[in-house]
Ligand binder design. Structure first.
Ligand code: ATP
Ligand code: GAR
Ligand code: MG
Length: 388
């Protein structure tokens, strides 16, 4: 049985660990704080500073894993190249993990090398250079730290008065140790999707039905599957996803994010791992959820096909305050609803806007997706995270 080492052990790692344990694999869960969601279930768990390459090396030496699986972006991914040289397998690949942790690397690859349509963008390293960058891309625009996720440090600039604020906010929200930001022209899209894409050792790329989602503060609020869309537009997105995942190389599931606008399909970014919006697949919308697909692709187990089994939605349960050992009110209301399920991640502490769980709703394939979304949203708002 394989030894799988997770760098990052949040909600995505937890569901991945469940999938791995179900088929008898060994999991080592590493994160920067004790008792992280996946650490509660893994065979072994470790707490390290995830940006400390030497601490990462120590984990690799101690466990000698068959697969190194990054679960968050903010890791010293440069080290992954060295692990590959030593004969370790990094998922999807050292190159993929390294390029996607940094918005600059992945954006330049997608836009300049692969010629994919992306929002207009510039980089800035100070409040002063941000001003110039904003002039060049125009307003409104979006500012994001090069190393961050789930909207951390992200804000919009609508007038020149917002520039200084956006710079300061980006510096407070950056997850890594890089001060630079990307400034993107705001794309007035009609809708956005995540296209879960699976690359396999046999060379065949598989796609999940598209996932629609709605974001607030750069973080997802609800995601649903399938996202209603024209098949020609979906085909275009699939071609773009295949292009970028092929260029990054490796095996596993990827969450490829697109903006669908009147003037075409924009590639935004991608995760070289299960995607938060893909938690909708926990509503059994597919024959295999995104974590099971990641695992099969990692282990080189065949995936005969990916089929849509029902329609579904996930809606996030967010905390509103700082607390230790949070507890939950309103779960009876969720549990009493038919065609509904939920997950509580078991994070040991809450903070404002921290994602603590999800409500999952579903219906038969001939059901109404708008009704399923509305139900998830309403039920998630019934759940309150309270100080334990
Ligand atoms: N250039 C843009 N134009 C319009 N909306 C944008 C733009 N960039 C980001 N957004 C909005 O903000 C959301 C989050 O942006 P992005 O995916 O780049 O951030 P993130 O921090 O990497 O999030 P995650 O890690 O959760 O995917 C997008 O899904 C989209 O709704
Ligand atoms: N968009 C990326 C994403 O959703 N990542 C997921 O959130 C966790 C961090 O949560 P935290 O910030 O609450 O610790 C990560 O470990 C991963 O599971
Ligand atoms: Mg995103």
């Amino acid at each position: 049985m394989a030894k799988i080492l997770l760098f990052g052990s949040g909600e995505l790692g937890k569901e991945f660990t469940i999938a791995a344990k179900r088929i008898g694999q060994t999991v080592i869960a590493v994160d920067s704080y004790p008792n992280a969601p996946a650490a509660q279930l893994a065979d072994f768990s470790e707490v390290i500073n995830m940006l400390d390459g030497n601490a990462m090396d120590a984990m690799i030496e101690k466990y000698k894993p068959d697969y190194i699986v990054p679960e968050i972006e903010a890791i010293r991914t440069e080290r992954f190249y060295e692990y590959e040289k030593q004969g370790y397998t990094v998922i999807p690949s050292a190159r993929a993990a390294n390029f996607t942790m940094n918005r600059k690397a992945i954006r330049d690859l997608a836009s300049k090398e692969l010629g994919l349509k992306t929002p207009e963008y510039r980089y800035a390293t100070s409040a002063e250079s941000l001003k110039k960058a904003v002039e060049e891309v125009g307003m409104p625009c979006v500012v994001k730290p090069l190393m961050s996720s789930s909207g951390k440090g992200q804000s919009s600039i609508k007038t020149a008065a917002d520039i200084e604020k956006a710079w300061n906010y980006s510096q407070a929200g950056s997850r890594g140790d890089v001060a630079e930001v990307i400034v993107e022209a705001f794309v007035n899209f009609n809708y956005e999707i995540t296209l879960l894409t699976v690359t396999q050792r046999n060379g065949k790329t598989l796609f999940c039905p598209p996932i629609g989602h709605r974001q607030e503060r750069g973080d997802y609020m609800e995601s649903w599957q399938p996202a209603p869309m024209e098949s020609a537009i979906l085909k275009k997105a699939q071609q773009m996803a295949e292009k970028v995942t092929t260029a990054l190389t490796g095996f596993g599931i990827w969450g490829v994010e697109f903006f669908m606008a009147d003037d075409g399909v924009y590639f935004s970014e991608l995760s070289p791992r299960p995607h938060d919006t893909g938690m909708v697949t926990l509503a059994k919308t597919q024959n295999f959820n995104e974590f099971e697909l990641h695992l099969r692709a990692i282990l080189g187990l065949p995936i005969p096909e990916i089929t849509q089994e029902r329609i579904g939605c996930s809606a996030v349960i967010l905390a509103s305050e700082n607390s230790e050992n949070p507890t939950y009110e309103g779960l009876e209301i969720v549990a009493a609803s038919s065609k509904t399920d939920f997950r509580i991640f078991g994070k040991p502490a809450s903070r404002p806007y921290r994602r603590m769980g999800v409500v999952l709703t579903y219906d038969n394939l001939d059901g109404n997706i708008l009704e399923v979304i509305e139900r998830a949203k309403n039920l998630a708002s019934e759940v309150k995270v309270i100080s334990g």
